[in-house]
Design a protein around this ligand. Structure first.
Ligand code: KG4
Ligand code: ZN
Length: 336
């Protein structure tokens, strides 16, 4: 089955062609980083307008690269939520229009299901596994028992991990998105130069909190600006901050594995592109006999291949033809 995936939940306009859930023929992603970077974060109106300008061109590119035409497509999968409503509507309405004109089924996909299943574009992972979803909008620990069988075990109570990377980069005046910039800066810094707080919350809680860490970075910067002789460099702050985030993510992942008796972890979402997190998670889990899997970085950050993948597997256990394409709608706060 040839699936066209469409993803426009945030600031990436993306389309992909996937065969039988595993053979990826194309994966085209147009980033809007250059548009939003001068604002230090995403401006929803600009994101929506940019999606409208690009979506047809991106779909055409995905079809061309896959060497197929629209008439070869058997199913369209598009993100229906969660995300920015002005962004979601562009991809979803385009998907509905194409599906209606071709008389083929269209399926709405939860963006988080896309992240959780992205690993299947690369390799099969035996169920059950623990998915750590770390993105710009989410930090979730999710038990995955099969396709469509998900249970959230913990989530962030305030900022998402990626959001805290973005905010710290903004405070340091380093641009957007903050994750890759902070990771690069951190390589030149000393993580022990300043110890930032780790919010482990109650011992058995699998929830996260990153807002205190962000405030702590602000306080260090204010102290430095007041000229109190502090020698903490931007590189040290980046390294110390990253260390604190990674420590908490690993600790909570290990607690979740123990509580749920799980031996496999899939780290996914934009922050999972972080090399330091991947390395540390792999070595810490190995000590406990836990295997760690992570999609390659381009499949961690937002892409349409993961949406096509989730749509394909969804179509195997819930018939998309039962969905009236006109009943599909964007859901900015779609629960997972
Ligand atoms: O999954 P994603 O592309 O979009 C959402 O669903 O939110 O994640 C984007 C987030 C941004 O906050 C970005 O700063 C972060 O992922 N990110 C990273 C890295 N690459 C992207 N965070 C840390 N290290 C990275 N290398
Ligand atoms: Zn995402």
């Amino acid at each position: 089955m040839l699936v066209l995936g469409i993803e426009t939940s945030c600031d990436e306009t993306a389309a992909a062609v996937l065969e039988d859930g595993t053979v990826l023929h194309s994966n085209v992603i147009a980033s809007q980083d250059e548009i939003h970077s001068k604002f230090g974060g995403i401006v929803p109106e600009l994101a929506g307008r940019c999606h409208v300008e690009r979506i047809h061109f991106i779909i055409e590119r995905a079809l061309q690269e896959a060497k197929v035409s629209l008439k070869d497509i058997q199913l369209i999968a598009a993100t229906e939520g969660p995300g920015l409503v002005v962004s979601l509507l562009v991809g979803l309405n385009t998907a509905k229009a194409i599906a209606y004109s071709l008389r083929i089924p269209v399926i709405g996909v939860n963006h988080l299901e896309g992240h959780v299943l992205a690993i299947f574009l690369q390799q099969k992972v035996e169920f059950p596994y623990l998915a750590l979803i770390v993105s710009g909008g989410h930090t979730d620990l999710c038990r995955v028992d099969g396709f469509g069988q998900y249970r959230i075990l913990g989530r962030t109570r305030d900022d998402a991990a990626g959001e805290s990377f973005d905010k710290v980069a903004k405070m340091l005046g380093l641009g957007y998105p903050g994750g890759p910039i902070i990771e690069k800066k951190a390589r030149e810094g000393n993580p022990q130069a300043h110890t930032f707080p780790r919010a482990f919350l109650e011992k058995s809680s699998l929830d996260f909190s990153f807002s205190g860490l962000k405030t702590s970075v602000r306080n260090v910067l204010l102290k430095r600006e007041s000229g109190n002789g502090s020698t903490t460099t931007d590189e040290d702050i980046a390294a110390g901050f990253q260390e604190a985030v990674v420590d908490v993510l690993i600790q909570k992942t290990l607690v979740a594995c123990k509580q749920e008796s799980l031996q496999r972890v899939v780290v996914t979402g934009g922050v999972a592109a972080n090399g330091y997190l991947r390395e540390r998670m792999t070595s810490s889990c190995k000590k406990e006999g836990i295997d760690v899997f992570a999609p390659k970085p381009v499949l961690c950050t937002d892409n349409a291949a993961m949406i096509a993948c989730a749509g394909y597997y969804r179509s195997q256990y819930c018939s998309p033809t039962e969905n009236d394409p006109f009943s599909l709608d964007a859901h900015p706060n779609l629960p997972f």
